[in-house]
Design a protein around this ligand. Structure first.
Ligand SMILES: Nc1ncnc2c1ncn2[C@@H]1O[C@H](COP(=O)(O)OP(=O)(O)OP(=O)(O)O)[C@@H](O)[C@H]1O
Ligand SMILES: [Mg+2]
Length: 308
């Protein structure tokens, strides 16, 4: 009996043209969590999701979902899963209701108008139920895709770039929808380019680059571990050169020459000695510890990995 809902070990994917899109990936996803897969274009996010959803086959490795081996139980596992694909592709001349209802039918589930209407309500689409899909805006279409993915009551929902081409207002609405699904016990795995999106809604974050998982961490732990480690010093007057007491640390001088950002070590042992010297500097005005965003953490990881 596996502890996690999804257990991936040593997963690799080589496309027919020889490209290795996934390279020896290990990953565990717990039931009920929102798991964000972050990575640049071509990192392998969609490849991984498509494999987990049974749309594409892996080359080697093992995937266990809900204690079932994916290779031996494709049909059973597929019925547990809903996928909102990266591409917006919908029939133009069908109504919202019929289209979602049809999706449910494809899964061999009994017709359930009440369930679909409730779904439409949750996704703020109830007033659009008789609209033709071609009459919807991009954001509405994406919500229809979510409704389609949920039409057969799946326990796991994959969202491949749910916010691509969605404005900030709609993105927030989408986050709300995702939160509510989590509350109902749905496990959510999403890919995103928007680091702020992972920062906002994810419980767990994985960074993927060049087909390799470079870091998996609880979001809050990650932000805390790598969080407040920039010291920003503000001087009263412009400085011509860095003061002696900081010049040996990794510093960056602002364009107006009044602020210096120092990247501190993880233990921050140098902080106290810098602060002691700062107090003696008559040009010193103020200091702050700056919280690093997930974005800067991510960029650093990618840089470091590319140097390895
Ligand atoms: N069918 C395919 N045949 C060959 N190579 C492919 C195929 N699909 C994807 N790739 C390649 O695999 C790599 C990973 O692609 P994938 O679509 O998984 O990336 P992604 O992280 O989803 O990127 P994006 O953020 O652009 O959606 C890329 O180099 C891509 O060109
Ligand atoms: Mg993709």
């Amino acid at each position: 009996m596996k502890k996690n809902l999804i257990e991936i070990s040593k997963l690799s994917k080589k496309y027919k043209n020889g490209l290795i899109a996934l390279n020896n990936i290990d990953l565990s996803i717990k039931k009920g969590e929102i798991f964000a897969l972050l990575g640049p274009n071509g990192a392998g996010k969609s490849t991984l999701i498509n494999i987990l959803c049974g749309l594409s086959h892996h080359t080697s490795g093992e995937i266990i979902i809900n204690n079932l081996d994916l290779v031996k139980n494709r049909k059973k596992i597929k019925s547990l899963i809903g996928l909102v694909p990266q591409e917006l592709h919908l029939e133009a001349f069908e109504t919202v209701f019929d289209n979602i209802n049809y999706s449910r039918g494809l899964w061999g589930k009994k017709r359930d108008d009440k369930y679909i209407l409730n779904l439409l309500k949750k996704l703020n689409l109830e007033t659009k139920k008789n609209s033709l899909l071609m009459q919807l805006s991009g954001g509405m279409k994406r919500r229809v895709l979510i409704a389609k993915a949920l039409s057969h009551n799946p326990e796991i929902l994959f969202l491949d770039e749910p916010s691509a081409g969605v404005d900030i207002e709609l993105r927030k609405e989408m986050w709300e929808v995702i939160y509510n699904l989590k509350k109902e016990g749905v496990t959510i795995i999403l890919t995103t380019h928007y680091i702020e999106e992972a920062e906002e809604i994810a419980d767990k974050v994985a960074f993927i680059n060049n087909g390799k998982i470079i870091l998996v961490e609880d979001k809050n732990i990650l932000l805390k571990k790598l969080g407040d480690n920039k010291l920003v010093i503000t001087f009263k007057n412009k400085i011509k050169k860095l003061p002696e007491y900081i010049k040996n640390y990794p510093c960056e001088l602002s364009d107006d020459k009044k602020n210096v950002e120092i990247l501190l070590s993880k233990e921050k042992t140098e902080l106290s000695s810098i602060l002691i010297d700062l107090k003696k500097d008559s040009n010193f005005l103020d200091f702050n510890l700056k919280k690093r965003s997930l974005e800067s953490i991510f960029v650093d990881f990618i840089k470091r990995k590319n140097h390895d």
